[in-house]
Design a protein around this ligand. Structure first.
Ligand SMILES: [Zn+2]
Length: 297
């Protein structure tokens, strides 16, 4: 189990899967300029890019954040048994994710906060699990935090969304609606302090209601950025969006702001999808940014 210490706060990576994306690199990153991408091949291959198949390699993991007050799961991956035929990598998974959480010393009932940076399918899956044919909250004692803007952006009951995008509606119904119906959801407006170390802030662009989590503990800092930065090539090329960035110009501006924050404040970047070693220090380099990976300690 890989862990990092930020002050006295232990951050542990709970893996769901690591592997190649479903589509070629330039499909996943439509802004990709091949010649600029190729300059980075020496460090991208083989961990972050598979040149034989032209696929970016990404991880899907949750961050388990343990303070003396809270046990937080940040983003909840794609989940088991979810019907996602439009996302082959996340379709009908059967992964020992909860076993890995237990191996880190945490049972589902120990989680007191689940924070979803946004409501895409690979960030809400373990919100629920299948029990006797019904989707029930996986974490019975948790409050589930996500932004009100995000909920309103995804709610399929609004207008003709259900007919227009049935896949997205199904995702909402199986992974978001059950935690609302159980009374466990907390909709965030603007900034939200979880305690004196943890601050949720809006970071719109990838989705309209995307949020990030700032951690500051005894002078050490971390930024849990969700999909503001999806793949480490975007540290060098912050204007390259993924095909899943829903508000493109805002996504670029938010990415730059997050990287500037990390470079200026010395905050470690904890994205949801970087392959090993998953965590990065951001440096300022020639008018842009550089990335130094930070192994577990
Ligand atoms: Zn994602």
């Amino acid at each position: 189990m890989q862990s990092w210490m930020i002050g006295n706060t232990r951050v542990t990576r709970i893996e769901e899967q690591v592997g190649p994306n479903d589509v070629p690199a330039a499909t996943f990153l439509p802004d990709l300029v091949r010649e600029r991408f190729d300059r980075h091949l020496p460090w991208l291959v083989p961990v972050h890019y598979d040149p034989a198949n032209d696929k970016l390699i990404t991880s899907n993991h949750s961050w388990l954040i343990r303070t003396d007050r809270h046990t937080i799961l940040l983003d909840s991956c794609a989940g088991n048994h979810k019907n996602r035929p439009w996302l082959p990598r996340f379709h009908q998974l059967n992964v020992p994710f909860l076993e890995r959480l237990r191996a880190a010393g945490v049972a589902p009932e120990d989680i007191d906060i689940v924070l979803c940076t946004h409501l895409h399918a690979d960030h809400v899956g373990w919100n629920t699990r299948l029990e006797n044919g019904r989707w029930v909250p996986t974490f019975p004692k948790a409050r589930y935090l996500f932004s009100r803007t995000e909920k309103e952006h995804f709610d399929p009951a609004i207008g003709d969304r259900r007919a227009k995008n049935p896949g997205r509606a199904e995702m909402y119904d199986d992974s978001v609606l059950p935690v609302i119906q159980s009374g466990q959801s907390v909709l965030l407006d603007g900034e939200h302090a979880i305690d004196d170390r943890l601050l949720v802030k809006p970071a719109p662009g990838h989705t309209p209601g995307h949020v990030v989590l700032h951690l500051s503990d005894r002078g050490d800092k971390a930024l849990f950025c969700g999909d503001v930065c999806h793949h480490p090539i975007q540290v060098h090329e912050p204007d390259w969006n993924t095909r899943f960035c829903e508000v493109p110009d805002m996504a670029r501006a938010t990415r730059r702001r997050a990287l500037e924050h990390c470079a200026e404040q010395g905050a470690l970047l904890f994205p949801t999808h970087f392959a090993s070693p998953h965590v990065a220090r951001i440096t300022s380099a020639q008018g842009g940014f550089g990335v130094e990976f930070v192994p577990e300690k």
